[in-house]
Design a protein around this ligand. Structure first.
Ligand SMILES: Cc1cc2nc3c(=O)[nH]c(=O)nc-3n(C[C@H](O)[C@H](O)[C@H](O)COP(=O)(O)OP(=O)(O)OC[C@H]3O[C@@H](n4cnc5c(N)ncnc54)[C@H](O)[C@@H]3O)c2cc1C
Length: 412
C-alpha cells in the first residue's frame, strides 16, 4: 500500500519555508531529506523548469526519450510542493528568489541545486554541434542518428572530448546506428573520437586507461588525440593544423561547469563556477543558503573535491537538505563526508570498467563490471521503485555508494 506523508493535518505546525532550486539528483534528494528532518515543521518547495528528473548519466544511451522520471507523484507522497519556473535572481536581504516571469518566492532556508551545463567551446560554429547534456539535446542527436543510419552509405560521426561522456558515447554509437538502420551502413560507419589531450580519459588517470583503449580499438573507434579543433560546422571539424574532417554529425562532450544561477549566489567560486561551501554545505557569509550537487565546490571530508557526478550530487543533496532543516529547527548541522569513491564507465560491447578510490584502481572489467553499470543505470540512480513515503524518506538517508557497495553484483 502506498503511504503518503501528511503535513496537511498539522497546517499550523509549518513555521518555516525551505526552498530548493533545481529538480536534479541533488535537488530531489535535498527536498526529501529536508522533509524527513523537518517533519511537519517546514513547508518544503522544489522549483525547477519541469517536474522531471533527467537521468543525465544515461544520455549517451539509445532511447533518450525514456530517460526522464516524473517527480510529481514522489513529491506529493512526501508533501513537497512543486513550482514550475527558472530562478534568475536572488535577494539575500529579503530572503527571496525571483523567477524568470518576475514572481518572487520567499524562503527561510534556501538550497541551491541548479546543477551543471556542458561547456560549449568558444569557437566558430560550436552552436551547430550536437550534445547529450540534456534530454532534449540527446533526443535531437538521436533524431540525427536515425537520419544518418537510413540516408548515409558510409557515415562519419565525430565526438569531441575523450573524457567520461565522450568515451561512453563513442562506444555506444555503432549499436545505436544499428538499432536505427535499414541497410547495414552502421558496420561501415567511422566513429572518430577527438581530444586535444594526448591520451583518452585524461581525468580518469592511467589505471583504467589500458582497458578503455582496448575497448575503443575493439569497437573500431578512430582516435585523433593531441588535436586542437579550431572551428565546427554541421558537416565538418576544422583543426588548428588546417586539416578538415568531414562528418555527418559532430557531437560535443567537452566537460561541464556550474549552471548560471550559481553565479548570483554571494561568495567565492571555483574554476568550474561552483559555489565554495563549508563542511555543512553552507555558503560562508550567507548562513541561510546551502548549495549541493554540481553547483557546489565541497570537500568530501578527506581533502578531495567532490566531483560533478551523480555519485556526489545525490549525497550532497541529502546533506544540504538535512542541514537546511536542522538549522531551521535549531539543531546543529552534520558535516558532509563521502570517503568512498567509485567509478563505473560503460565500454559498450566490451562491458564496463569499475575502479575504486581516487587513484582509480581497476576492480572489475568486462561483464562483471557491465552488470554493475546496468544496476547503477537502471536502479541505483532512480527514486525507489516501490515509491512509498517511507522508502523515499529512507532513501534520503542512504549514500548511493553504500547501496552499490552493499550489493554483490555478478555478471548477468
Ligand atoms: C552524458 C552524461 C553522462 C554522465 N555520466 C555520469 C556517470 O556515469 N556517473 C556520474 O556519477 N555522473 C555522470 N554524469 C554527471 C551527472 O549527471 C551530474 O553530475 C548530475 O546530474 C548532477 O546532479 P545535479 O542535481 O547537481 O544537477 P543536474 O542533474 O544538472 O540538475 C539540475 C537541475 O536544476 C535545474 N535548474 C538549473 N538551473 C535552474 C534555475 N535557474 N532555476 C530552476 N531550476 C534550475 C535543471 O533544470 C535540473 O533540473 C553524466 C552527465 C552527462 C551529461
Amino acid at each position: 500500500m502506498m503511504m503518503t506523508f501528511n503535513v496537511a493535518t498539522a497546517p499550523d505546525a509549518l513555521p518555516g519555508k525551505i526552498l530548493v532550486i533545481g529538480g536534479g539528483f541533488a535537488g530531489f534528494w535535498a527536498a526529501l531529506a529536508a522533509r524527513r528532518v523537518a517533519g511537519t515543521r517546514a513547508e518544503v518547495t522544489l522549483v525547477s523548469p519541469e517536474p522531471v528528473l533527467q537521468i543525465r548519466p544515461r544520455l549517451y544511451e539509445a532511447r533518450p526519450e525514456t530517460l526522464g522520471v516524473d517527480l510529481l507523484p514522489h513529491l506529493r507522497r512526501v508533501a513537497v510542493a512543486f513550482t514550475r519556473g527558472e530562478a534568475t535572481g536572488l535577494d539575500p536581504a529579503a530572503r527571496a528568489v525571483t523567477l524568470a516571469g518576475g514572481e518572487r518566492l520567499f524562503y527561510d532556508r534556501l538550497i541551491v541545486a541548479t546543477g551543471s551545463r556542458m561547456r560549449r567551446p568558444p569557437m566558430p560554429g560550436a552552436a551547430t554541434a550536437f550534445s547529450v547534456d540534456t534530454q532534449a539535446e540527446a533526443m535531437a542527436f538521436d533524431r540525427r542518428l536515425r537520419e544518418i543510419a537510413n540516408d548515409v552509405a558510409e557515415p562519419a560521426i565525430a565526438v569531441i572530448g575523450a573524457g567520461f561522456t565522450g568515451i561512453e558515447l563513442a562506444l555506444e554509437l555503432r549499436d545505436r546506428l544499428i538499432a536505427h538502420e535499414a541497410d547495414g551502413a552502421a558496420e561501415r560507419a567511422r566513429i572518430i573520437l577527438i581530444d586535444r589531450a594526448d591520451v583518452v580519459g585524461p581525468e580518469l588517470g592511467p589505471g583504467p586507461r589500458p582497458v578503455i583503449e582496448a575497448a575503443l580499438a575493439d569497437a573500431r573507434v578512430e582516435l585523433r588525440l593531441g588535436a586542437t579543433v579550431r572551428a565546427l560546422a554541421a558537416d565538418r571539424v576544422s583543426f588548428a593544423d588546417d586539416s578538415v574532417l568531414a562528418a555527418d554529425a559532430v557531437v560535443l562532450a567537452t566537460g561541464m561547469a556550474a549552471a548560471p544561477f550559481a553565479g548570483v549566489i554571494p561568495g567565492a567560486r571555483d574554476t568550474l563556477g561552483r559555489v565554495i561551501v563549508d563542511a555543512a554545505l553552507r555558503v560562508p557569509g550567507a548562513p541561510e543558503i546551502f548549495v549541493a550537487g554540481d553547483a557546489a565546490a565541497a570537500d568530501t571530508g578527506d581533502g578531495h573535491p567532490a566531483l560533478q557526478s551523480c555519485q556526489h550530487a545525490g549525497q550532497l543533496g541529502r546533506v544540504a537538505g538535512e542541514n537546511a532543516a536542522r538549522d531551521l529547527i535549531g539543531e546543529a548541522p552534520v558535516p558532509y563526508r563521502q570517503l568512498r569513491y567509485v567509478t563505473c564507465l560503460d565500454l559498450g560491447r566490451s562491458g564496463a570498467v569499475v575502479t575504486e578510490g581516487w587513484e582509480r584502481r581497476v576492480e572489475k572489467t568486462g561483464s562483471a563490471a557491465k552488470a554493475m553499470k546496468r544496476l547503477i543505470n537502471t536502479q541505483i540512480i532512480y527514486p525507489p521503485a516501490d515509491g512509498t513515503a517511507e522508502a523515499l524518506l529512507a532513501g534520503s538517508r542512504t549514500d548511493i555508494i553504500e547501496r552499490v557497495g552493499g550489493l554483490d553484483v555478478e555478471a548477468a
